[in-house]
Design a protein around this ligand. Structure first.
Ligand code: AMP
Length: 501
């Protein structure tokens, strides 16, 4: 087995790796580090969870030991699709670069331009950016890219999903042709292959197994449910309560609006829960994530875009409140658990209208997923409203009974669920649902793109940042589908108190 010491890394880097507690390189590290140190281009087909970040950070640190940065001329550039991923890469530089004195600048949206300008002015050895913010700085004349020796394009398939490819092509044209390029993608659809062919010269190709096919430590189960949201929420609560080994969990929803609804519902039911969605500002996201990592919050409800690439090493459970529309997202989601040989469990709530997507998942991962308590054909009758059940007796669902016994609030909760469903599309056709998620994704992208499309004068730029965020928030609200009528899920507390019969 290869050791870190055999890869050609510098002593400073090796000592930081030892301090981080890593004994052996992962396959992507063993494959990518030696050619990267020889200044070869790399095509890495690997996703988060495989140790790919260190596979470019460690050789970069070693190569950066020679030479120094000049003002406004970064030496290396890393492009990431999301702010969180960019921030995580910066953390990796702090961890592995603790024996170096390098200037690392993080250029992401949602943070003031001034601080970032100061870092650029000092001379950055490493620039970690989301594409939109980098172009903003470039257009403000604060940046020269002619000194970039290494370009890293991370999560290229995600960049494609998010509409960043034209930006990346523009950025690549600003960087000398003689650069070294390290290119990573979890998958290689034809568009990404074409991009790689254009950007890379005689690259070393390293492909590592997808976590879904290797993480035999993750138990995967489908759980049948009726399509109504309150049914799914009850199934989810049952599932969570049934997990004796649950340390912490991420619960994925397909849409931002559902993230907010589910968060409120779980909170009302007394769970320790937080939420992560695209509308939160950078600081709130970071605080939420830190609370989750530190164990102050046990459950985190998240959307795919918000959770993409988050490095949360020891999640014990993943719950898919919705079956992801893109099978690939399933692989990303369950890749949050069962890392580094730990055992993990994932549960996906499947309704009759989801079968097309659950079939696609099984096809992608090349295996059948077992059902937890019988498949869709064995579903018991749907829940009825609480009042009619009281008249006619129990329908056999233990959790509802438990909830009623636990708290008088359940009456209000149930009523609010029913209220919402009376007014909100109940069985959205599949195509519409896919469309809604797509439009939400592009709305998230607009957050990053908007700064260029709504270009203000340079002097107005910083002041307008907030306005843009606000405008985008409004636009995204429209993408979230129908607004609940009445109180929706936000029933005032006094209305949740059960009245005397
Ligand atoms: P990444 O794929 O870069 O998101 O890394 C996934 C996780 O693996 C992170 O928590 C890293 O700290 C961890 N990691 C990276 N390299 C190694 C290694 N050689 N051995 C064990 N864990 C590692």
């Amino acid at each position: 087995m290869t050791n870190f010491a055999d890869l050609g890394l510098s002593q400073k880097v090796l000592s930081a790796v030892t301090d981080a507690g890593y004994a052996t390189p992962t396959p992507i590290q063993a494959g990518a580090i030696p050619p990267a140190l020889q200044r070869r281009d790399i095509l890495g087909i690997a996703q988060t969870g495989t140790g790919k970040t260190a596979s470019f950070v460690l050789p970069m640190l070693t190569l950066l030991e020679k030479g120094r940065a000049r003002a406004r001329m970064p030496r290396t550039l890393i492009l990431e699709p999301t702010r969180e991923l960019a921030a995580q890469v910066a953390e990796n530089f702090d961890k592995y670069g603790k024996n170096h004195k390098l200037n690392i600048a993080l250029l992401i949206g949602g943070v003031s331009f001034e601080d970032q300008d100061r870092k650029l002015e000092r001379g950055a050895d490493v620039l970690i950016c989301t594409p939109g913010r980098l172009l903003d700085h470039f257009e403000r004349g604060k940046l020269l890219m002619t000194g970039v020796e290494i370009l890293v394009i991370d999560e290229a398939d995600r960049m494609l999903d998010m509409g960043f490819i034209p930006d990346i092509e523009r950025i690549a044209k600003l960087i000398p042709f003689t650069r070294q390029t390290l290119f990573f993608s979890a998958t290689m659809p034809p568009e990404i292959q074409k991009l790689a062919d254009r950007f890379l010269q005689n690259p070393e190709r390293i492909e590592v197994a997808r976590p879904a096919s290797t993480a035999t430590t993750v138990t995967q189960r489908f759980v049948a449910a009726h399509a109504k949201d309150y049914e799914k929420r009850a199934v989810l609560r049952d599932l969570i309560r049934a997990q004796d080994e649950l340390k912490n969990a991420i619960i994925f929803c397909n849409r931002k609006k559902d993230v907010a609804d589910l968060f409120r519902s779980l909170d009302r039911h007394g769970f320790s829960v937080g939420a992560l969605h695209g509308d939160m500002d950078q600081r709130s996201r970071m605080t939420m994530l830190a609370n989750f990592k530190d164990g102050n919050i046990k459950l985190l409800v998240a959307s795919d875009v918000a959770a993409r690439g988050l490095d949360i090493p020891d999640v014990s459970h993943v719950f898919n409140f919705d079956v992801p529309i893109h099978a690939e997202d399933y692989v990303h989601r369950i890749g949050r658990t069962g890392r580094a040989g730990r055992s993990g469990a994932s549960f996906t709530i499947v309704t009759k209208r989801d079968t097309k997507f659950s079939d696609a998942i099984e096809k992608l991962i090349g295996q059948k997923v077992d059902w937890l308590n019988g498949d869709l054909s064995e579903l018991p009758e749907p829940m009825e409203s609480h009042d009619s059940r009281r008249e006619r007796g129990r329908d056999g669902r233990k959790d509802r009974k438990k909830d009623v016994e636990r708290s008088g609030r359940v009456r209000g909760d149930h009523k609010s669920d029913t209220t919402r469903l009376d007014n909100v599309t109940e069985f959205e056709p599949v195509a519409e649902r896919a469309e809604a998620v797509k439009s939400e994704r592009s709305a998230d992208n607009r957050q990053s793109h908007a700064s260029r499309h709504d270009r203000p004068s340079r002097s107005q730029n910083a002041a307008n940042d907030d306005n843009r965020d606000r405008r985008n928030r409004n636009r995204r609200d429209h993408d979230d589908g129908p607004t609940p009528v009445g109180f929706g899920d936000e029933i005032p507390a006094f209305m949740l108190i059960a009245g005397k019969a």
